[in-house]
Write a protein that binds this ligand. Structure first.
Ligand code: FES
Length: 384
């Protein structure tokens, strides 16, 4: 296990992890059709780290230089020790962010978070209509989320909303932004769906057309012009609609370190889909070893692993060949250029997916929700 990736690590300048994402549980009361959690998440739910193990991981990562802490899941509030984790994070000097659906946030808990020093709460919202919000999460949580938004504001937190955008809500972006304004939002991230995990399973049903995307972007720009600095709106363009791939996670093992519910240490959310990699686990390996020496973290660090067309590409330092997981999930080859790149021999896979998004009948197909038992199709006005 201790071998370095054929000497790759020695030739790469290692950076320190700045971000620690603690995916404290994969359990979730919502069943979102676009969830990025692994589709086999139930394999990783049984053996969650204890409070002490989380606190120890936080300490180790802080010593290595991590300063930003995201606490996510699943739904982190399903654990009853988030107050302890938050308080310890504050003592250690992290800037901490709770990433939540809002389910489980009560007056008592938010008060405890405030006293413990939680810096930031990011709440997910799904649509301006109860219909679509409840449909896409396969729950009845729309009204609850609005109440939680008001609670967050009342406790003096900046109002930060994350709205995943897809075919079912993209035509309402203007109204979603108006709703956010009415809720007093300070920041809104309109995060167009990226296709991993459950969203890849549902890609044909979730992917908007290019025209829809263009209209949504224009509506966002018009809104920005109207509200000025009062509210910051981020419109994250899905990479399928680009010609160039994203520098995924800002580079494999460059700034992000993710510790999952069962203690696996990953360089990105989806890394466990990649074949032939054994990921370190905090129960057996120190975080420092995981980051600096583990073969998994060194496998795609830097550029030595690249083959053509990435190896001789003038853009390789900017995008690092794009996303390894996307390349593997779409083409079966983790070391090929991300199919999003127009220089990739696999770009046709993206173009075919974009063509499929033009077919209106696909909306009528059932969606597979995050639990595998409840696929159904959206019927307008259906409140069930
Ligand atoms: Fe794994 Fe992009 S999500 S490298």
């Amino acid at each position: 296990m201790a071998q370095l990736n054929n000497g790759v690590a020695a030739s790469v300048t290692q950076k320190q992890p700045l971000w620690l994402l603690a995916e404290v549980t994969y359990r979730c009361p919502l069943h979102c059709a676009f969830c990025y959690n692994p589709t086999d998440y139930d394999k990783h739910t049984k053996n969650e780290l204890s409070t002490e193990q989380w606190i120890s991981a936080l300490r180790d990562a802080r010593k290595m230089g991590a300063i930003q802490l995201g606490i996510s899941g699943g739904e982190p509030l399903l654990r009853d020790d988030i107050e302890d984790i938050v308080a310890e994070a504050h003592k250690l000097g992290y800037y901490s962010n709770l990433i939540t659906s809002g389910v489980g946030l009560t007056e008592k808990r938010i008060q405890a978070f405030k006293e413990g020093g939680l810096d930031h709460i990011q709440l997910s919202m799904h649509d301006v209509t109860e219909d679509i919000s409840n449909f896409i999460t396969n729950t009845r949580t729309f009204e609850l989320k609005k109440k939680v938004a008001a609670m967050i504001k009342a406790h003096g937190y900046p109002m930060v909303l994350n709205v995943v955008i897809h075919r079912y809500n993209i035509d309402q972006v203007d109204k979603i932004l108006e709703m956010a304004e009415a809720l007093g939002a300070d920041y809104v991230e309109l995060a167009n769906t990226q296709y991993y995990g459950w969203s890849l399973v549902n890609r044909d049903q979730l992917m908007p057309t290019r025209e829809q995307l263009n209209r949504a972007e224009a509506a966002t720009n018009a809104f920005r012009e109207r509200v000025g600095n009062k509210m910051k709106v981020f419109f994250v363009v899905p990479d399928y609609f680009s010609d160039r791939p994203k520098k995924c996670m800002n580079g494999w093992g460059e700034v992000f370190m993710i510790v999952t519910a069962n203690g696996d240490v990953l360089p990105c959310h989806s890394a466990r889909v990649l074949p032939g990699l054994t990921f370190p686990n905090v129960r057996e390996n120190g975080l420092e070893w995981a980051w600096k020496e583990s073969p998994a973290f060194n496998k795609y660090r830097g550029m030595e692993w690249m083959k053509e067309p990435c190896r001789s590409c003038s853009e390789k330092e900017n995008d690092l060949g794009g996303c390894r997981c996307q390349s593997y999930l779409l083409s079966g080859d983790a070391e090929m250029a991300d199919p999003v790149c127009t220089k990739s021999p696999n770009r046709h896979l993206i173009d075919e997916a974009l063509l499929n998004s033009q077919k209106p009948f696909l909306r009528e197909q059932p969606i597979i929700f995050r639990t595998d038992k409840n696929s159904k199709k959206y019927v307008e006005g259906d409140k069930e």
